[in-house]
Design a protein around this ligand. Sequence first.
Ligand code: NAP
Length: 482
Amino acid sequence: MESPLLKNLHGYVGGRWKDSGDGNTFDVFNPATGEVIARVASMTAEDVNAAIDAGSQALRLSNPYSLETRKGWLEGIRDALLNNKEEVGRILCSEHGKPLKEAQGEVEYAAGFFDYAAKHIQALDSHTLAEKPKDCTWTVHYRPIGVTGLITPWNFPIGMIAKKLSAALAAGCPSVIKPASETPLTMIALFTLMDEQVDMPAGMVNLVMGKASVIGKVLCEHPDVTMLSFTGSTEVGRKLLIDTSDQVKKLALELGGNAPFIVFEDADLDAAVTNLLGNKFRGGGQTCVCANRILVHEKVVEAFGRKLADKVNAMTVGDGMTDVDIGPLINKSGYDKVHRHVSDALDKGATLMAGRHPSELTGKDLFYPPTVVSGITREMACYKEETFGPLVPMVSFGSEDEAIKVGNDTEFGLAAYLFTADSERAQRVAAALRFGHVGWNTGTGPTPEAPFGGMKASGIGREGGLEGLFEFVEAQTVPRGF
Ligand code: NAP
């Protein structure tokens, strides 16, 4: 595709665009049309090594970049993103498929992380303790952890890197960044902006694209990479834990979810439906925080289901460049997974309340109709697995204890939601749910100002908020005797 932000389709190493060592490329598709929209460099292991070396040269330990300097980088990236929101959003929409407005909203969301880090960077300043234990003056410094590998998924091509890169730059850490192979163009656009508009030392940010197995192996094995920050599936997160264990690298992992959305009998049902629609269908249901199991109290399950089905049947699906609610799914395997979950649920006795029966779908494109099924049971795939698509599976419950038990009945612990007018109940249930993010009467997801991350198999560490700013630093304590 033509864009002033896609003049180069290469990697970026040591402050320069770099073709892959062997000249190989891979194709990027528009999921709405199936067309190849770009061919980008597929980098070799040597290219990744060169990117790490460039990062090592940019790392400054004895003469660190000042807080003011780092703040300037963050503000520069924020401004570049906001000033180019339309074009970055257009690129994002073309390779991901989400509606254009949503794509542009994601660019603003991304800019928010750079803004937050710039405004709070002072938290990373050194400080001296008021106490003087052991007759010493104690100073605590926050040192950059080193060269970091940042690996991102396709579902938020700019949002996910913004969370990591803002904190890495705030800490003064150079990074080697690997975007998902479905959506490298938005990352290239970001690098074009950083190259042209932000004055950073060569090697602070490096871009490598291509085979995950090749790039992942080098990032895990290279001794100069001291931290990996990964967002993606729990399966790959587990592999990274194993592959970095020898060197005891720090890992920050943002992994999969299986969010319960619990509606109690005293909830405002209209508000719950509106919030569910906003939460569930963002990115076509391909978000880690979107509701995956909808638990509704048995007294209101019918009324809630009717309201929901009416709204879902009215939703439009199509090319994100046009005025639609939902775009295509990212690829054929994403489509097939949703299809399998709906078919499996219906085969095992669930009821189709909105959408189309899987047997009516041709599967010739990647547009999956938003679908609601009720009567979900533990044996169904959609109860256990993350669907990552526009399926709303409903199950009823009879008591608060049952809702908590079913809500927690998953290895994941990323996001959960509960709707009730009873604040004491809300406090009790939120505390009992083993999820890093629990929305009460809201389906909203993360924000730059607050820490976000998973419990259990959903991850390690936090992004956003002050907690996220501290992910890329190591505290060093210097007691001074005299
Ligand atoms: P994925 O298959 O795990 O891929 C994520 C990234 O890891 C991609 O860049 C991928 O590269 C790369 N990768 C794959 N295998 C690798 C390896 N062996 N070593 C190093 N990197 C490797 O996940 P996805 O399908 O893109 O994303 C969907 C998943 O991400 C869902 O489970 C979702 O819940 C999770 N997610 C979590 C959060 C959160 O905040 N917790 C946010 C968004 C998404 P290629 O593209 O080249 O394969």
